[in-house]
Design a binder for this molecule. Structure first.
Ligand SMILES: [Zn+2]
Length: 512
């Protein structure tokens, strides 16, 4: 995490649309967008920290908005500037916010949140004929989004930006994350504190749940394939109750408990349900009476004709088990990105498998069921990976990768999902999965928050279920590549990913 600081001296902010009294126009031949263009716009000087800058290219005005050379301006005010060639992405970081833009793209990300650049004045690669190509970015848009005010001196024809050291304002060394807050339990007054059951007859099981306060409302409904009864308790959170209670009596296999910001949920997994009822047996207590159809006792293995539509490829799992498919990026002949540490190559495929194995262990120790697209140095195709998850009827799919950039100071953690796979038929979305994973990773890793992003990755877009792709850190960054080879940091990353999955799974109901 890079710590730099900016404070504001400039007091007045003038809109760039008020650029009317500007200095004399200059005629220049500029090269951009694959052609040459005559520029007759106004020319402004740039004053940063009371210094007149002499950038290789003056501010260029399009639609009354100024594009300025990104490095010369924003490094001068103490921000960090990265330009990633492969993706033509520009990143500008201040101490507590960042802006990500793309050449000729109207979409920008502010602290990971998607937004549009005003007036379509987008970043461009511009050069004077025969001159150096500069990465030009909208000055006001970036300045405001990293916490700088910009002053336009219309009489002097200057754009004025000022900064001073952040340390003068605050000594905080904690990373500040604005728009992607670390997961915090919401404030609730009541908790679900108890779960018990008793067998009330040959075909009857009573499940009782207790809350810390009076239960004012609840809703219940029945779902098929697999059969289950769901009881929702608004504004309750779990507290000290197990999330999974195995019953295996009279057709009732288990009770599962979960919660989210809005409610606690009780799910009873059952086969051959005849009926059920929910009764408020005390102000703070609900009893769910579950009656199943009698199966002849003399028939230990009831004859159940397999549905002709049943997919033989689905593995046998206890009813209600939510399978997690983990995908370690790359493998075999595809090493993924390559980093260097002390002259030795570090391969993305090695790190992804190590971290993925740790996620698997954490989840399995917590009682979850996990399947891997690869367990060794093999290369399943980008179609085979999501196909496996779909055929296994997984609840969630998470792919684990390591990032790389030309600029060795690029660093941080980001999680992607595919917009084409962001439906809510599973009770939650890929976006929520990505957010949960990123929040928990940042909590443990303390890495730079690069945000939740969208991309049509081959693996995530083909999944039926919520799917996310985590980029743990940069193999091209000397500090991060070292960290990612250590047990401690790998475990932090894995813990974050695993917890993000577990939080999301509470909301997931696999549809029929
Ligand atoms: Zn990768």
């Amino acid at each position: 995490m890079r710590k730099i600081g900016i404070s504001i001296i400039a007091t007045a902010v003038f809109l760039f649309c008020s650029l009317t009294l500007a200095t004399a126009a200059e005629s220049m031949i500029l090269e951009y967008d694959g052609g040459t263009h005559e520029y007759n716009g106004e020319v402004y000087s740039l004053v940063v920290n009371n210094q007149l800058l002499d950038p290789p290219l003056s501010p260029i005005i399009f639609n009354d908005r100024a594009l300025v050379p990104v490095r010369e301006i924003f490094e001068e005010v103490g921000a960090t500037v990265n330009y990633i060639n492969d993706t033509q992405t520009i990143e500008v970081y201040s101490d507590d916010s960042y802006v990500e833009l793309k050449i000729n793209d109207n979409i920008a990300y502010i602290n990971g949140d998607k937004t549009n650049i005003p007036d379509n004045v987008v970043p461009k690669l511009i050069s004077k004929v025969g001159g150096e190509t500069k990465t030009m970015v909208p000055v006001r848009f970036i300045s405001e989004n990293i916490g700088l005010d910009v002053e336009f001196d219309s009489n002097g024809g200057a754009i004025i930006i000022d900064s001073e050291d952040y340390e003068n304002i605050t000594g905080s060394e904690e990373p500040v994350i604005d728009d992607e807050p670390v997961y915090e339990p919401p404030v609730v007054q009541s908790y679900l504190t108890g779960i018990s059951y008793d067998v009330a007859g040959d075909n009857k099981v009573n499940v009782t749940v207790q809350a810390s306060e009076e239960i004012n409302s609840y809703s219940d409904f029945e779902l098929k394939a697999p059969e289950r009864i769901v009881v929702d308790l608004p504004a309750l959170k779990l507290n000290g109750v197990p999330e999974n209670v195995a019953i295996n009596e009279c057709g009732v296999s288990a009770v599962r408990l979960g919660d989210n910001d809005e409610r606690a949920r009780v799910v009873i997994d059952v086969t051959n349900l005849r009926n059920y009822s929910v009764t408020q047996t005390a102000p703070n207590e609900l009893t769910i009476e579950v009656t199943t159809r009698k199966i002849p006792a003399a028939t230990p293995a009831p004859i159940v004709t397999a549905k002709p539509t049943a997919k033989p490829s689905k593995p046998a799992r206890p009813a209600g088990t939510k399978l997690i498919v983990l995908d370690a990026g790359h493998g075999g002949s595809d090493s993924g990105a390559v980093g260097y540490m002390g002259g030795n190559a570090v391969l993305e495929k090695t790190l992804t498998l190590q971290i993925t194995n740790r996620v698997k262990t954490i989840l399995e120790n917590a009682g979850y069921t996990v399947s891997m697209t690869r367990t060794g140095d093999t290369l399943p195709s980008l179609v085979e990976r999501p196909t496996q998850a779909n055929e296994e009827n997984a609840a969630v799919f998470v792919s684990i990768h390591i990032n790389s950039a030309e600029a060795t100071d690029a660093n941080g953690t980001e999680v992607f999902y595919a917009e084409s796979n962001n439906g809510d038929t599973y009770g939650t979305t890929s976006e929520k999965l990505a957010k949960n994973i990123l929040n928990r990773m940042l909590y443990y890793m303390n890495s730079t928050n690069r945000g939740v992003k969208t991309a049509e990755h081959a693996v995530t877009k083909r999944c039926n279920m919520p799917a996310a792709l985590a980029e743990v850190g940069f193999i091209s960054n000397p500090e991060e590549v070292y960290n990612m080879t250590t047990d401690e940091y790998q475990q932090k990353a894995a813990q974050g990913i695993a917890e993000g999955i577990m939080i999301t799974l509470r909301d997931i109901e696999i549809p029929n």
